[in-house]
Design a protein around this ligand. Structure first.
Ligand code: PGA
Length: 253
């Protein structure tokens, strides 16, 4: 369907500035010549400036892991979309399950963040996914539906055109338990059909849906061979050049 595969590395709360610079230099060198795949890295806020300088002449995109919806003001400890834009960020991860679990993010705050990102020309990587309890209780599809409807409330197809979805089953994140390609595809298909209902078939066919949750060089190929899996959001395996570059080069495996 002409969707360019999109592999993004979420470094989470890892890497000092010096370590981040070392890793991005290695990644730049190992990605030269890779074609037909879009790549992004999401370092912690403290390393964005240094990594951005390293990425000046590179096709690797820069992503932030979060943002606050106001442009400026008395919001101690928060980072605004303007600040991220000024650093050269292209993407911003919004609604990651760790933020929902540990930092009280809700569908409502996710919606405000997505709107703020769009207003400032940052492309959201909008994360959704069910917990183990929800899956075992047969609630996967209703949870996904609620997260999509809440996160995208009052947003039209035109406004969310650059949006990327990351389906990340919470039980698969950092656990080594990946969803099987079939399990993941079932939910990806459901998400695409939801976009058909909310917007239109052409729009739904154009939107990219990444899978996230214990993606490794060993399982990436099987996941990427599914029709509705358009990329990966990679945590643990994105922290080392060897593993992340193998994932980015999944076509060669
Ligand atoms: P993981 O993390 O690859 O370490 O499971 C994925 C994510 O949380 O984005």
């Amino acid at each position: 369907m002409g969707r360019t595969p999109f592999i993004a590395g979420n470094w989470k709360m890892n890497k000092t500035v010096a370590e981040a610079v070392e890793l991005i230099k290695e990644l730049k060198a190992s990605f030269s010549g890779v074609q037909g795949v879009e790549v992004a890295v999401a370092p912690p806020f403290t390393a964005l400036y240094a990594v951005s300088k390293e990425l000046k002449d590179s096709s690797i995109c820069l992503a932030a892991q979060n943002l606050f919806w106001e442009e400026k003001g008395a919001f101690t400890g928060e980072i605004s979309p303007l600040m991220l834009k000024g650093l050269g960020c292209h993407y911003v991860i919004i609604g990651h399950s760790e933020r929902r679990q540990y930092f009280g993010e809700t569908d409502g705050t996710v919606n405000r963040k997505i709107k703020a990102a769009m207003t400032h020309g940052l492309k959201p990587i909008f994360c959704i996914g069910e917990t183990l309890n929800e899956r075992e209780g047969g609630k996967t599809f209703s949870v996904i539906e609620r997260q999509i409807e809440g996160g995208l409330e009052n947003l039209g197809a035109k406004e969310i055109e650059p949006l990327v979805i990351a389906y990340e089953p919470v039980w698969a994140i950092g656990t080594g338990k990946t969803a099987t390609p079939q399990e993941a595809e079932e939910v990806h298909r459901f998400i695409r059909e939801k976009f058909v209902k909310m917007y239109s078939r052409p729009f739904a066919e154009s939107i990219r849906i990444q899978y996230g949750g214990s993606v490794t060089p060993e399982n990436v190929k099987g996941l990427m061979s599914q029709e509705d899996i358009d990329g990966a959001l990679v945590g643990g395996a994105s922290l080392k050049q060897e593993t992340f570059s193998k994932i980015v080069r999944f076509k060669e495996i």
